[in-house]
Design a protein around this ligand. Sequence first.
Ligand code: B3K
Ligand code: ZN
Length: 875
Amino acid sequence: PQTIYLKDYTPPEYLIDNVELHFDLDEQNTLVKARLYMRRNPQSADRAASLTLTGEELELVSISIDDKQLAAEDFVITSEAMTIHQVPQEKAFVLSIENRINPKANTALEGLYLSSSMLCTQCEAQGFRKITWFLDRPDVMSRFKTTLTADKSQYPVLLSNGNKTGHGDLDHNRHWVSWEDPFAKPCYLFALVAGQLECVADSFTTKSGRDIALEIFVEQHNVDKCAHAMQSLKNAMRWDEDTYGLEYDLDLYMIVAVDHFNMGAMENKGLNVFNTKFVLARPDTATDADYEHIEGVIGHEYFHNWSGNRVTCRDWFQLSLKEGFTVFRDQQFTGDRTSAAVKRIEDVNALRTRQFAEDAGPLAHPIRPEAYIEINNFYTLTVYEKGAEVVRMLHTLLGEAGFRKGCDLYFARHDGQAVTCEDFINAMEAANGIELNQFRRWYSQAGTPVLTVSQQFDTEAQQLRLTLQQSCPPTPNQPQKAPLHIPVKLGLLAADGSPAAIILDGRQHQEITLNLTQTEQTFVFDKLAQQPVVSLLRGFSAPVNLNMPRSLEELAFLLQHDSDTFNRWEAGQQLAVKVIFDLIEDLHQQRPLHLNALVVNAFHSLLAEEGDDLSYQALLLSLPDESYLAGQMPIVDVEAIHHAREFVKTTLAHDLRDDFARVYRIHHRDESGKFSADAIGRRRLKNACLSYLNQLESGESFALAKAQFEQARNMTDQMAALSAIVNSHHPDKAACLESFYRQWQNEALVIDKWFALQASSHMPNTFATVQKLMQHPAFDMHTPNRVRALIGAFSQANPLHFHAKNGEGYRFLADQVLALNTLNPQIASRMVTGLAQWRRYDGKRQELMKQQLHRIASTEPLSKDVYEIASKSLA
Ligand code: B3K
Ligand code: ZN
């Protein structure tokens, strides 16, 4: 397969100003007629008279230029493209193409496909070429007019981008609807939907007084699960006006929920297509986390209307321009809507466990990659989450107001254009009168920098010398790294826990952001009567690994006193990490295990606290994930990590049984249907306690979980209880799983939870359960949500069993990857990542994982998607 390079970018040779599309929709035989209003691009240096359009899996019916049929020798068609040898050079021309496609055969879910009984599209990144021949690249922007015709009973609802311009009936029970989108857009933002859909409608009045119709389309049985999505949409619209001064531009905003979707959602202009998972919610079917994610994803896609659609990407290497920025925007939104402290911790936690692993492995790439084989493989944690961190650092460096000025200028300069990351930074510089040259390296350099800290306190001089060193491990194709511009937010604490004044270069601050730009820099803080405790990298001000030696006592002190909510939580995490690693060492030395009393005391105090952010308090009580711990180990010891962590959890449960039970009782009440921060926090904290108590595996703890399971009237509590039951030797486990299944068998999203919970259980026999579930009538390889729930959860959220010593987990995953490879390459390649980290394991596991990667890589035919991930993982 061919590699595409950023350095080879050239402007398009032709432009398509207008597109008229006409679809005769049919499940297996859709006729597409396209009229493309084209001309040479004056910006292009190329002078060849030929025209090459991309197109895949299309059957040509007819082709003409300015209504003159082309002869067979006028063009050639390959599996990926069509070249017309000669097109008019001096004038604009109309290229008309008719072709047929088979949506039902499209199991890759890219282009036009069938989901349950509805037809829908997914064009980003390069799906439009599976609909018709086109210049399928984001820098070709066109105005689209679309007419859909279809059987009236089977497809009563016919949707596309923009505004509805007409509709009518046809012979043979068919009908038509036409749409027009006034905004020029790349074809990746094109969408159509046809089906038997119900519409949940509402409206929103913009700041400038325009009324926007809001419509959510779902299947009949889901109409009662749209209220939260609708409210989220209105919240997002208001928030973007208030925070960024950005208003919606069309008169209509539509969201369609589909069962079969490769990712979360898609921001098609005026017609978002969503995975049902990010739309549907009812208190009894969706957890608090689901509610939060729905609001976040609805916000994300809505925010794309400006950061992505009005201003789009020049080429796919610039993906982070829209994704990093939009993720940052949705993070801000969720933080404002819920608890900013909790949101930040959740985001950093995900970044450090998952993106840091990607950045440390064979698939590491900069947020602006330089080469790809299959662009769908680059919708990564790095492009999205690290990309958002880079935007966040700009926000930190420029301040709220400066950042906003930069955004305003960016949107004003580039509205209606397809631009680059460079254009974004340029706008930030110009609006703030600064220079960000060194900062730009964040866009081109891969890998997670390491920040090493040392301190020296001079009692006599009353000075603290803080030395920061940065380095970055090599990544594929980048052996050498240049120093980055790293904003390091810092605070100082006095011995009694109160903030100590920061005096740097004669100026006094409460909190300061240091600019680390060199490999090593020393900062001297004056007028300190006593040595302060340094709270560094507050708010996780840069995506780096912090290497700062601290004692357990100092961590416990910060856990108690740090006023920075992120660093306070982080102190607790590092405390737990240190303790767990000591225990792992004890395991290795076959010493008996003891939990340091300091940890027990710290948890005892946390449980006695009466804070007002209960979700935050629940986070303070949570132990670092096994995968986070794995990331901190040179050679991952899967079993030791699990046992040491379980030991800590169980010992805490034993020693603080009364505390956990008390806090559980205080917050246990039925508030189903209430989604205030308080109610959510109570559920979260109570369920954290339940999870600890469950470690006791006593008659009492079993009864507690069972009672909650039976009485729960909301999915948060029901799932928390079932999770406790599944992750223990609960005598009623089978019965509970069975009754849960019976209760929810008609709610696909709940059944996904049922699969995922069993697949991620740490109890013995999980692998056998997973194999059995593969045969379950409700399992279906054609449904990405189900694949992620079973195969994804097992291989990505169950380190203990996936990494079983005998290699059965690896073999299983490879089997599934190969099955998916022909069915749905995008999903297949996502599943391979479970094997990519093989270098992190012991020799025996390395061999077993490599074996499976080789087996995958040598299979034919292999999709580009899977080939790229498997071959890079082995390189
Ligand atoms: N832009 C889409 C992702 C498309 C993925 C294509 N493989 C959703 C989003 O990030 O909002
Ligand atoms: Zn996005």
